[in-house]
Design a protein around this ligand. Sequence first.
Ligand SMILES: [Zn+2]
Length: 237
Amino acid sequence: MFAALLFSIINIVQAEPLVELKESFGDTVVPYHHAIGRKKSFQQINASIKRTGYGPRTFVRSDVHKILTKTFKSLDDKPIKLVYGEGSWGGKYKNKALKPHRTHKKGLFLDIFMPLKNRMGRPVYFPIKKDNLFGYAVNFTKKGKGQGTYKKYQIDWVGLITLFDALCTHGEDRIKKVLIAEDLIPALQDPKLKKYWAPIPKKCREKLHPIKVLGPYKFAGKNLLVDHDDHIHVEFK
Ligand SMILES: [Zn+2]
């Protein structure tokens, strides 16, 4: 009894604080609120969901922050450019889901946008703008080709596998699951990519789960299709 109580007290004392994810991790990662101007972005998004005063939407738990820092740093010398999306609310709102996501709370979630290539096959940053819901309303075909005004972009499948591998390597057992649009699964299973999947342990590959379309989401008076074809959703435990 005493031991159990002591253990729970230690647990409370050691509870990991939430830290805002804002470092730029060298050249590889551009935090999304840096790319678009932080104040504007968060005011815009907050206005869209009629909530104010919650602060930046990119908090992660400090231990998750360490994992992500290692992951992103390890990708610095790889030919991919990464942009991350939303994490959780911080401070006293940390237990509240970050809407419209059903989860994204307690600093245990992070969306990372797809690594992209341009027509020349060069890695480029994910296009983040106000009018594409900060990246979340960009859509891709099943083959990973950007649609509409984003035709010049192609999902970099090798880059995506590299990112997944790095997350698993640095997150190990702390990664609960990684969600990706089910439409994209066949492209990821292309035989040409087999050699890139091969070195990744099975227990790691099993963390990748398909997810269905989340449906249209009203933003700035427009119905935008928001799904997981533009980002992966990483869940920690
Ligand atoms: Zn997510």
